[in-house]
Design a protein around this ligand. Sequence first.
Ligand code: ADP
Ligand code: MG
Length: 595
Amino acid sequence: MSPLPSKRALMHGTMRLQLIGVLLAILLVLLPWLSKLSPFALSMLMQAATYGIAVLGMVVVLGYTGQINLAQAAFFGFGAYSVALGTTVYGMGFWSALVLGVIIAALAGAVLGLTTLRLGGHYLAMITISFQQIFDLVAVNWIAMTHGPDGVSGIGRPSLGPWLLSDDRAYLSLCFLVLVSMIALVAWLPYTRWGRAMCSVRENELAAEVVGVPTLRIKIGAFTLCAALGSVGGGLYAAGFAYISPDNFNFNRAIEFLSMVLLGGAQSPFGGVIGTTLLILLPEWLKEMPKSLQFIKDFYLVIYGLAVILIMVFMPQGIWGLLRSRFKPAPSAAPAATALTLTANSSTPEVVLQLSGLSKFFGGLRAVDGIDISVRRGMIHALIGPNGSGKTTTLNLICGLYRPTSGSIFFQEDDITRTAPHQRAARGMGRTFQNIRLFSAMSVLENIMIGAQRSGNPIERGEHALHQRAHAALAFVGLSDKYAETASQLPYGHQRLVEIARSVAGYPSLLLLDEPAAGLNQTEKGELVELLIRLRDDHGLTILLIDHDMRLVERVSDIITVLNFGKKIAEGTPAEVLKDPAVIAAYLGDDSGIS
Ligand code: ADP
Ligand code: MG
């Protein structure tokens, strides 16, 4: 067993980083007082700080959760108009107007998040663009409310306790204080259940849902937080500049926010801040070119656009991504893992899973055609059949990715026929995929932690318990020392094992495995067999297994069900089934044959 990675050294490492962070934050907040800044510099910094807060929202929704948002300028506008109109027209105080703006924006963000229920990718982009355009139209045309194109002027600054923040330096300090607090919040997020769940949605939404992440709720949460951050930035902006008009919040501004986050690196708040700073400074630098280069000034929008495109093509992770990969710290040795426990409790009913008359038709194709299967507690139940016989479709029906055309599914005596996949996971259903679906860009440990954190698990609350659980599951599949690697960097066989570890980490009472041996060499297959037998014999886990390798199936399974053209053609012990003439005939008709 490897010695504990000097945990103290590790703590010191992160503590040192945190200390540097805190010092930098204090320095930033005090910056307006430490140097003599020109009014121009003050206003640039105020713009950078308030935009930066809005861009942090983009980090959450785009960088973490992988959802496109082309309406961040509208959310920025909600905060700005709320403060502007609240303080000048409705006699509200700055803070209450800001809170109101955040609430309105958060609600609008949640509604936008809801539309992601069925829509993703291009459609989501279109919807957010429309939302942004509607905001713009309303701001310009609803003159009675928004003052139209004239905008709102004379917006006052707030006071903070005894301090009046009408002085530019004091107000800039406040903006920086909010900025660094929000950076800290956004930087901490990926180390929480919510943040990890967001990243899993970005990496593989389908797998996230099946592993137990309530993906819709996570996306709504991400949009809500993004909108709230946008409106905080906007509210501070309005009071900072004392004047706003609709063109501060139009589609161009939304694109600017998007460019900032992509340029700096969407997956980190530090990237967001770097991108914001650069894109606010860039036009100024270009404007201050020497005479001979003045022609650039005329083209600065073109150059700006080109630079952004080039950077996105050659640095898809943004500037921060590039810096990070240069300074990646070496991982410490894996901590000593505890033994894996799986509560295969005896209260689990005798029949864990019951499929009755289950069918799935795709148009005229009867992929699964009225099958009945009972999976009994503590058994390895194999589902075999030629290619295209409906095995994967059956698994997709069981875990809820498909709605059956007819028939029912009972899991531990409850009807789950219409239950969402993440709720089935919450009841103790785990699964792996025929074509591996890991959260590729995340570490092996994070992958397994997402499996471990499914709701309804018997794990203590808190990050420490989740870490321990994930290390135990990883040790169980024999990959302890790989915990810090990026999932996609692992060899194929190891990725299969990580997928199994991810599902057993969540204390499943039923494990669904879709061709776990596909692509493994003989040694790896042998290890897989041992693993499956350990899961059943030592832990009492119930497993429904699909595999093509008949020798493997024969060695591990207690019961085999054979499908052909979506129908069950045989069922029984390996000895009975494998010499059944109907089964042999079905396989002879298939190229793969019984191998
Ligand atoms: P197996 O896993 O046994 O090889 P599948 O369950 O993947 O087979 O597929 C069964 C049949 O259903 C195949 O003919 C396949 O083409 C079809 N099928 C599977 N999924 C879909 C889908 N989403 N849409 C249309 N046809 C599908
Ligand atoms: Mg299949």
